[in-house]
Design a protein around this ligand. Structure first.
Ligand code: AGP
Length: 616
């Protein structure tokens, strides 16, 4: 979950590294450091616990010997607390080599003992320093940085991305990856490495994927990629779809507020090019041909956190439209549950980052078991799509805030598009039904924009609740995943107890939590829905009001049945049942943002969290 940057070229590596790290802070921000190889051949390292600004201030106060070769790291602590000593880079070869690491080296303890027995000393508690000393020793033997990396990674177990520089090898950065992310940026007389393209997008939009178990050596005028055995491998260059400004705040007070405002565009852009003449049209679903999709008899959706709640909505829609059984499993539970998989099973992974290690490992497991794989992902060139038969990219643009908002509505959109595509391929919906659902989906961007305008008073509501210590969320059917999402957002942003329940579960225990003043958000189904869900949920509201709860109802505009029983009603535009969640979630995203803001918390980088969970 760390951010890493590497640079070789004619420009100031300090400037490039610190600029790249500033765009990668969302990947981890409890310490940061850089190592720069000066033109006089001296390797200088600067690193600090705390946010990146501490490092920037230090470098400003005491300028580093600047040079044209360097590596940089912003950390989310795994082994060893966030201290100066544990910050990266770590040194080897008597301080002449610097290494940065993202991931976990699972066999670091025996390797560390081997080095201690050989007389090496350590200054940190980290697994990464073991790799630094190992590579330093290997380099001393061969004088070849790429070979030294190859010899060491062959001994490492676990997930890792490593970058190294050595003061005897100016103009050279060597990287290696296994599972953890790494991507190359191709410049003109300069080259870059990064944990994702945000590291260098301000300098170049030409990127190259690096596959698993591969080593890359960048120099100002060359890039060499091999496998761990040293054999050259094919690479694929692609153009980064967004520019540097898209990853800046653009005048907004926070990335999260900016990204919530982009939720209409995230849906619109995810639909773009995938509806032709009123029908869903996927230009390229790789190995998932209509014939293969026609043979699928079971779907498993795997994801974590907010992405899993999008997956739950995908379940409802795909089962209703394509009439295929769908189950949703948390990625980190999936492969340990002994799932029964074969080539008639389609495993759909949902991941904004495309790097969530739990989901990546589950995707790899499913692939080995013979299942078909589809990735719903927001990050081009990331690891999970590379392991899948096909990918449907959500086009939400870069999501920088740790809390996932616009990616969530884009994930639902992509899952719904796929569900309608499946229904068309399998003939499980009539042309009229398909058209009606596509039209509902196409109307969503404008309706979300309407909700954004109608939700401007939520900041005041949140202000009144700044001292609350507990908020509950109730939802039924497709409202239930939204209740879970609303609760998660409050936990991760406002650091308070929040819990989402299926409204029908209330009387089976949770209603005991209701006491006078307890705040409860209720996602109310449309009164136009022919099922009896609306009346049941209104009854739930009455039950909790009778026990003193303070109810905030998210209900369809004009729903008069709710008014007498709710303390506050947040209206949303009319939409068919499956599409209401895309509207109901927006006020909950805003509420969590406003409550965290009222509490003076950092909404973009909440404590203990990172944007992409790349350690299991
Ligand atoms: C969402 O607000 C959280 N930051 C978290 O639950 C996130 O959705 C989850 O870690 C999955 O991340 P991914 O979509 O990048 O796989």
């Amino acid at each position: 979950m760390c951010g890493i940057v590497g640079y070789v070229g004619p420009n100031s590596s300090v400037t490039v590294l610190l600029g790249g790290l500033s765009r990668l802070q969302y990947r981890g921000y409890d310490s940061a450091g850089i190592a720069v190889l000066g033109t006089d051949g001296v390797l200088e390292t600067r690193k600090h616990a705390g946010k990146l600004q501490v490092l920037i201030d230090d470098v400003d106060a005491l300028p580093l010997i600047d040079g044209q070769t360097g590596i940089g790291h912003t950390r989310w602590a795994t082994h060893g607390g966030p201290t100066d000593a544990n910050a990266h880079p770590h040194l080897g070869d008597d301080g002449k080599l610097a290494l940065i690491h993202n991931g976990i080296i699972e066999n670091f303890a025996p390797l560390k003992q081997e080095l201690l027995d050989a007389g090496e000393t350590f200054t940190s508690d980290t697994d990464s320093e073991v790799a630094a000393i190992l590579v330093g020793r290997a380099f001393r033997e061969s004088g070849d940085l790429t070979l030294a990396m190859r010899q060491v990674v062959a001994r490492l177990e676990g997930a890792f991305t490593l970058l190294i520089v050595h003061q005897d090898r100016p103009g050279e950065v060597v990287g290696a990856r296994r599972i953890s992310p790494l991507v190359i940026g191709l410049g003109d007389g300069e080259n870059f490495l990064g944990s994702d393209v945000a590291a260098f997008v301000e300098h170049t939009r030409r990127a190259v994927e690096i596959g698993d178990d591969q080593i890359v050596t960048i120099r100002p005028d060359s890039v060499e990629v091999t496998d761990f055995a040293g054999k050259a491998v094919e690479t694929r260059e692609y153009e980064i779809a967004w520019d540097a400004s898209a990853s800046e705040k653009g005048g907004w007070s926070s990335f999260m507020r900016k990204e919530i405002s982009e939720e209409p565009d995230a849906v619109y852009n995810t639909l773009l090019g995938r509806v032709v003449d009123g029908a869903v049209a996927f230009p390229d679903l790789g190995g998932l041909t209509d014939e293969v999709l026609g043979s699928i008899d079971r779907i498993v959706i795997i994801a974590c956190g907010t992405a899993a709640y999008a997956g739950m909505l995908g379940k409802y829609a795909i089962e209703a439209w394509a009439r295929i059984p769908v189950e949703v499993t948390l990625s980190h539970e999936f492969r340990y549950s002994g799932p029964i998989l074969n080539d008639r099973t389609l495993v759909i992974s949902v991941s904004q980052s495309g790097e969530t290690i739990d989901t990546l490992m589950a995707v790899k497991y499913a692939k080995v078991e013979g299942a078909r794989g589809l990735s719903i992902c927001n990050t081009q060139g990331s690891s999970i799509p590379r392991e899948s038969d096909a990918v449907i990219y959500t086009h939400a643009g870069p999501e920088v805030a740790v809390a996932s908002t616009k990616a969530f509505v884009a994930q639902i959109t992509a899952l719904y598009l796929f569900g309608l595509h499946l229904a068309a391929v399998r003939g499980s919906l009539s042309a009229a039904q398909l058209t009606r659902n596509v039209e509902e989906l196409q109307a969503i961007p404008a309706k979300i924009a309407e909700v954004l305008v109608a939700s401007e008073g939520i900041g005041q509501l949140a202000g009144w609740m700044a001292d609350t210590r507990s908020v509950l969320f109730l939802g039924r059917h497709v409202g239930y995943p939204i209740a879970l999402e609303g609760a998660l957002k409050l936990k991760e942003l406002a650091y308070i107890h929040a819990e989402g329940f299926a409204a029908g579960e209330l009387k089976h225990g949770p209603i005991a939590l209701i006491e006078p003043g307890q705040i409860v958000f209720v996602i109310v189904p449309s009164p136009r829905d022919p099922s009896s869900l609306h009346s049941k949920v209104v009854s739930n509201i009455q039950e909790i009001r009778a026990r003193g709860a303070r109810v905030i109802a998210i209900a369809e505009k004009g729903d008069a049945a709710v008014l007498p029983y709710a303390d506050e009603v947040i209206p949303i535009p009319l939409a068919a049942p499956f599409f209401e969640p895309l509207l109901a979630v927006v006020p909950l995203h805003i509420f969590a943002l406003e409550l965290a803001t009222a509490k003076g918390l950092d909404v973009d980088q909440p404590r203990n969290l990172a944007k992409s969970v790349t350690v299991e």
